[in-house]
Write a protein that binds this ligand. Sequence first.
Ligand SMILES: Cc1cc2nc3c(=O)[nH]c(=O)nc-3n(C[C@H](O)[C@H](O)[C@H](O)COP(=O)(O)OP(=O)(O)OC[C@H]3O[C@@H](n4cnc5c(N)ncnc54)[C@H](O)[C@@H]3O)c2cc1C
Length: 308
Amino acid sequence: MRIIEPSVTILDELDRQSLPVRIEYCGRVCYKSEHRIDSDSAVPFVRQMAEHGHNSVLEMGVTTFIVSCPNQKDIDAFFFLQPKFLQIDRLEAQKLMITGSVRAFMELAATQNAIAMAIVHHLRQRHPYFFEKLSLTDSPEADRIGISKMTIATIEQLPAAQLAKHRYLAVKFIVNRAVTHELVRHRPCTFLQESQRYCRYSADKFGNEVTFIKPVFFEEGTEEFSIWKQSMEAMEQQYFRLLQTSTPQAARTVLPNSCKTEIIVYANLLEWHHILSLRTSMAAEPSMREVMIPLQHNLQQRFPTVFV
Ligand SMILES: Cc1cc2nc3c(=O)[nH]c(=O)nc-3n(C[C@H](O)[C@H](O)[C@H](O)COP(=O)(O)OP(=O)(O)OC[C@H]3O[C@@H](n4cnc5c(N)ncnc54)[C@H](O)[C@@H]3O)c2cc1C
C-alpha cells in the first residue's frame, strides 16, 4: 500500500487548449488512461463519448459566444427558453454573451430556437464530431434571423463585469473518497472522477497496490495512526483476495473512505466562491479544509476582484 498527501491543482494550462483536448484530459481521469493521450487522440476520444452518450464528459468543454442579434423578438424567444445550463448576459441592447458547455449547446439543438440553432451551427462548423449523432439541417440560422455578428470570446476577452459568471475553471483534487463525496454535493459543477469500478489497483499501472490519503486527523507515530495504517493494510489484502475471483466493482465494496481518488471539478468563479465560503469555514471537514484553503489563497491572487 502507498500513503500520499492530498493535493489540489488548478488546470489553467488546459483552459488554453482546444475543446476536444480539454474534454479528453478530463474524461481520461475516470479510467486513469491519461497515458493514451497523444497529439491525435482527442478527436477520436470525444467522438466516442458523443456516440456513446457519455454526455457528462462533454460538459468539461465550455465556450463563450458573443451574439449580436438585431431582432428583439428573437432575443425574447431565446430568453423564453430559460436554458438551465447556460450563463447569459446582455452586454448591450442587442448583444448577448452566452457561455455553456458542449453538452448544453448540443441539447439546445432540440429547441429549434433561432439563436440557439445559430450557435449550434457555428459550433458544429468548428467541431463537427460533437454533432454527428444529431440530425441537423445545414441551413445557417444566423442568415435567416439576420444575426449580424457571432464571435467566440477567449478567456482573456471576458469583461471584468462578466468574469465571475462566464469564467470557468477546472480544478483537480487528489483526495480521499470522503472529500469527493462532499464535493459532488455542489450541484452547479461538473465532475469527473477516477472510477473504482474500472480501475484494478492490482495492475502494474497502479503499482500493484492501493493508494491511501494520509489522514489529517492522526499524527504519524501515534497509536491512532498505527491503528489506521493496520486497517488500511488489512483492507488492501481483502480487496486483492476478492479480485482473484471477482471484478473491480465487486472488490471495491471493501475499500474505505481513505482511498485516494482523483476528481476534476469544473465550475464558474461564482460557484467556486460559494464552494470556498462553505468549505474553508471552521465548520467544514478538516480534510476538505486541507485542500480548499490553499485553493482559496491561489484564487485570491489570480482573481482578486472575485475572491476578495
Ligand atoms: C459544514 C457542512 C456540513 C454539512 N452537513 C451535511 C449533512 O449533515 N448532511 C447532508 O446531507 N449534507 C450536508 N452538507 C452538504 C450541504 O447540505 C450542501 O448539500 C452542500 O454544501 C452544497 O451546497 P449548497 O446547497 O449551498 O449549494 P450548491 O449545490 O453548490 O449550489 C450553489 C447554488 O446553486 C443554487 N441551487 C443549486 N441547486 C438548487 C436547487 N435545486 N434549488 C434552488 N437553488 C439551487 C443555490 O443558489 C446554491 O446556493 C454540509 C455542508 C457543509 C459545508
